[in-house]
Ligand binder design. Structure first.
Ligand SMILES: CC(C)(COP(=O)(O)OP(=O)(O)OC[C@H]1O[C@@H](n2cnc3c(N)ncnc32)[C@H](O)[C@@H]1OP(=O)(O)O)[C@@H](O)C(=O)NCCC(=O)NCCS
Length: 345
């Protein structure tokens, strides 16, 4: 079997390459994520062109056998506090596994990581107990975080669940894309509460939110043509933001909303604000974006409160996942066989 590894530019890819890639994602999904609906071609290709928030600008390497794309490494190069990380997602067609291709893809990406000053390779959302977790373990990655994927299937949930009374002394505000100026400072402060979520051993750091960071994040979402919807709880006595939840709607995935942060600052916890704002968000989506059938969220397995709130809002837990990390320096190919396969042809 002759395997070629090359850099890849999705913007310049041929229709055949993109169809191969879609086939790869479908085949891998059947094995690695049997609990997920097979994603449409537009969704899969759109994801290549529009990186997920938090992963940063991405670069790509593909593996080909007889000209057919059968593996991919997608590496995100985030900025700011995550400048040392390389957010890596490697996938190999199930029919081509255990032939060293996943490892070759990783090795092909290492020089670019090094040149860019990245010291840690991060893999998010690897199915617990699956091939990816076994592969990562064999290569010396360590598990740094445990998550669960939870999914809300809007049409199948009794809408009465989302009629949650306002906690006394609070009202909601909501917006699309642009935080109202008068709430900006306290919204940025409230977003900082995400730092209280259990991050276990993970090196990734959420942003240190400031009004400027909120504005630049909004601009970044607009640039990627992502619609961000935000629902906040406002504490009426003080006018400050006392809880928030945000979702992202991606053009190429019209049926799915990505749940972003949900955070309630410590002074306002224990009053049901999380459930209230999340329920409000679902009603808003149902009323204004009926095409959105599902909301997906990944939550730290240790975050029992968030998981319970999600269940109360109608989410079900779909699967357990792990996040893995390894030092770039420790992943360099070792031994003659591996040194041989590191070559990028
Ligand atoms: C992870 C993945 C990319 C590995 O691709 P691959 O080409 O099969 O991996 P390699 O052949 O390079 O595997 C190298 C070593 O990892 C270990 N390994 C890989 N898959 C394994 C499995 N299913 N069970 C046990 N060990 C495994 C083995 O030690 C293997 O060496 P060996 O075959 O000589 O025993 C592939 O399984 C995949 O696409 N999984 C789904 C996506 C995913 O979870 N990616 C996570 C990475 S971010």
């Amino acid at each position: 079997m002759h395997v070629r590894i090359d850099r890849f530019d999705p913007g310049a890819a041929t229709g055949t390459e993109l169809r191969d890639y879609h086939d790869l994602v479908l085949a891998s999904g059947r094995v690695d994520r049997p609990d997920e609906e097979p994603p449409a071609y537009e969704t899969v290709v759109g994801r290549l062109l529009v990186p997920m928030t938090a992963r940063g600008p991405e670069r790509f390497w593909v593996a080909r056998v007889d000209g057919q794309v059968i593996g991919i490494a997608v590496v995100g190069f985030p900025d700011d506090e995550n400048r040392a990380l390389a957010m890596t997602d490697i996938r190999v067609h199930p029919a081509r596994r255990r032939a060293g291709i996943g490892t070759r893809l990783l090795h092909a990406a290492l020089p670019a990581m090094r040149e860019d000053g990245r010291t840690t390779v991060v893999g998010w959302g690897v199915t617990a107990g699956g091939a990816g977790a076994a592969w990562a373990g064999a290569l010396g990655f360590r598990v740094v975080h445990h998550d669960v994927l939870q999914m809300l299937d809007i049409p199948s949930v009794d809408p009465a669940v989302w009629n949650v009374a306002a906690p006394p002394g609070y009202r909601t505000e909501r917006w699309i894309g642009t935080t109202p100026e008068e709430l900006l400072t306290s919204y940025a402060r409230a977003r900082g509460a995400i730092h209280d979520a259990p991050w276990e051993e993970t090196t990734y750091r959420p942003p240190q939110w400031t009004p400027e960071r909120v504005r630049s994040a909004e601009a970044g979402l607009r640039e990627r043509r992502v619609e961000q919807r935000v629902v906040v709880a406002v504490h009426e006595a003080t006018g400050v933001v006392a809880g928030l939840t945000e979702v992202e709607l991606h053009e190429t995935r019209p049926d799915l909303a990505y749940q972003g942060d949900t955070a309630v600052p410590a002074a306002h916890r224990g009053r049901g604000i999380g459930r209230w704002v999340k329920s409000h968000m679902v009603r808003w989506l149902r009323d204004e974006r009926p095409g959105v059938r599902r909301v997906g969220t990944s939550t730290a397995a240790a975050n029992v409160h968030m998981i319970r709130v999600n269940h109360e809002v109608g989410y079900r837990t779909v699967r357990s996942m792990v996040d893995v990390e390894a030092e770039v320096a420790a992943l360099a190919p070792r031994g003659r066989r591996q040194a041989g396969i590191d070559r990028v042809e």
